[in-house]
Design a protein around this ligand. Structure first.
Ligand SMILES: Nc1ncnc2c1ncn2[C@@H]1O[C@H](COP(=O)(O)OP(=O)(O)O)[C@@H](O)[C@H]1O
Ligand SMILES: [Mg+2]
Length: 320
């Protein structure tokens, strides 16, 4: 078994066949000394992002839709926070409001203590869809932001090459987006967001369209980048494993209306590695997330609807 990605995939496959009894697991609230110390240190760092009583109601032809209600949380400098929740619980709405792309209807968002009321270069965005300009080379895509912000062309080019090097794409500086794989395109998107030196990187399911193996490589790659630079990350996903692998803390939202259910400190120690997927801390966290995202449904045998079988064959020899 070769790469780390392959090993993690294998670990996942093995897990699915295992009957892991959640009763034997420790509580996800139980933290080792090292993990507790790490959280204590993070909490001493300054608060970068503060979200207070944030709400969003959309007015649509069908009437009002309360997408988010009374959302409160804050994130410290260099924290990596994942947001999870069922489809439609308001994850994209939240991140678009933090980016300043969508107005909120109540509450406020403070970045470094200043209210967010529109887009700004202090926030970098990476979306799921590939948002590179197809007519520009990789390097020109990354230079675009700095050039718009009136940095000189030479400086913009130097910075672009530095960030392309950091995401491992120096060799592709002169390639066009259509010549790259999905994972490479997202690496360019990360370089393009980071070149503006944002205070916070906002990522909305950035690896959602990638195949499982590329996705795991990208997660490891993102952690490597994050380790080396001073950036705070807010990462939206609906993949529980992705959230546990990446996050310091996981903000769990519930749907209709979108509200904060719990803000979980991930007890899995850093540095993270794929083998941790079968550790007690990992499984305890996963069990808690499952409980929050997929609460047990009370079903009685009487609710079961008998399948209605229709014969779609006219072969009449009755041999099955
Ligand atoms: N532009 C819009 N107009 C009306 N309703 C919207 C709009 N965008 C999102 N919604 C609704 O708001 C809720 C949250 O959507 P969204 O933020 O996209 O959720 P998620 O990203 O968690 O899947 C959903 O019920 C969705 O239908
Ligand atoms: Mg979404």
């Amino acid at each position: 078994m070769g790469s780390v990605a392959e090993q993690k995939l294998m670990a996942k496959d093995e897990m699915e066949g295992m009957d892991v009894s959640t009763e034997q697991l420790p509580s996800y609230l139980q933290q080792s000394d090292a993990v507790r110390e790490r959280f204590a240190k993070i909490q001493q760092r300054e608060v970068i992002l503060e979200v207070k009583q944030l709400g969003k109601t959309y007015e649509s032809a069908q009437g009002k839709v309360v997408a988010l209600r009374d959302v409160n949380f804050s994130i410290h400098r260099r924290e990596l926070v994942c947001v999870i929740g069922p489809s439609g619980c308001g994850k994209s709405t939240l991140i678009r409001m933090l980016a300043g792309l969508e107005p909120h209807t109540s509450g406020e968002v403070l970045l470094d203590g200043k209210p967010v009321d529109g887009p700004g270069s202090d926030r970098g965005m990476v979306f799921q869809g590939y948002t590179l300009f197809p007519w520009l080379t990789v390097k020109k895509n990354v230079m675009f932001g700095p050039e718009m912000n009136n940095h000189g062309k030479l400086e913009a080019e130097r910075n672009a090459l530095m960030w392309l090097d950091l995401v491992g794409l120096s060799k592709f500086a002169d390639a066009y987006p259509h010549q790259l794989s999905g994972g490479m395109k997202q690496r360019v998107a990360i370089a393009r967001a980071l070149v503006n030196q944002p205070r916070i990187l906002l990522m909305d399911e950035p690896f959602g369209a990638l195949d499982a193996q590329t996705r795991i490589k990208m997660q490891t790659h993102l952690l490597d980048i994050w380790k080396n630079i001073d950036v705070t990350i807010l990462f939206i996903t609906h993949d529980l494993d992705e959230a546990i692998f990446l996050a310091d803390r996981i903000l769990v939202l519930k749907a209709h209306p979108g509200e904060v259910q719990e803000f979980i400190e991930v007890p899995v120690p850093r540095p993270r590695h794929p083998g941790q997927i079968s550790s007690a801390e990992y499984l305890a966290t996963k069990a808690r997330l499952e409980e929050l995202i997929h609460p047990p449904v009370e079903v009685s045998e009487d609710d079961e609807v008998k399948p209605h079988m229709i014969r779609f064959t006219n072969i009449v020899d009755n041999v099955e």
